[in-house]
Design a protein around this ligand. Structure first.
Ligand code: 1PZ
Length: 183
């Protein structure tokens, strides 16, 4: 089989971007994170979301809007610390509040990926819907309204099987024993 490019392997390219981010963070003595590097890493999450089908289109668009908001923030603030410390000098409280909310939502997106794939690895008997629902309950549900939680629960029923999803993101090799099951 021809090797896949990193573009075809969104989970792999996401992991690489976060590894790079971690190295940068260590080099600065763990004091600060560049916003552009954070954006570069987090923007790759929307590629994964884009592989989930039409029911998650809204989540993808909402996530992309949060990343774009951070891109706007990065024009004034080079680092995350600068955004949190000095934001108030540069923009209206509403704008700063929005940027800071975007940081938290973008971070929750990364937490969601982490918890989801851990569930896939650890709970082999569970379906993708069950793994994703557990991750959603843990990461996002506490911050969402009742109406959004209901919509997400319904959307989860449109998810493909684990094997289909893993093949779609070209990770069936790594997760071989999982992807051959029907869950
Ligand atoms: C197999 C993987 C299944 C993954 C399922 C992911 C489910 C997340 C669904 C989120 C629905 C979001 C609907 C919009 C909610 C907005 O109200 C909030 C707050 O924004 P505001 O209203 O303050 O402007 N936005 C969010 O919570 C951001 C949601 C981003 C979702 C990213 C998930 C990334 C997961 C990737 C997994 C492959």
């Amino acid at each position: 089989m021809a090797p896949c490019s990193s573009k075809d392997r969104p989970l792999r390219s996401l992991a690489e971007a976060f590894d790079k981010l971690a190295r940068e963070f260590e080099q600065t003595g763990n004091v600060d994170l560049r916003l552009d590097s954070l954006i570069e890493a987090c923007s790759r999450i929307s590629v994964l979301l884009g592989r989930l089908g039409i029911a998650f289109k809204f989540a993808e668009q909402d996530y992309v809007s949060k990343v774009e908001d951070l891109l706007e923030a990065s024009k004034q603030h080079e680092t995350l610390q600068s955004l949190f410390d000095n934001g108030v000098h540069y923009g209206s409280p509403t704008t700063i509040d929005r940027h800071i909310r975007s940081v938290f939502y973008v971070k929750r997106g990364a937490d969601m990926v982490k918890v989801l794939f851990n569930n896939i690895l650890e709970s082999r008997h569970l379906s993708l819907r069950e793994c994703a629902s557990k991750a959603y309950e843990e990461v996002f549900a506490p911050y969402h309204t009742w109406a959004i939680r209901k919509a997400v629960t319904a959307g989860m029923y449109t998810l493909p099987s684990k094997g289909h999803f893993l093949r779609k993101i070209h990770e069936e090799g790594k997760f071989y024993s999982i992807s051959t099951k029907q869950t």
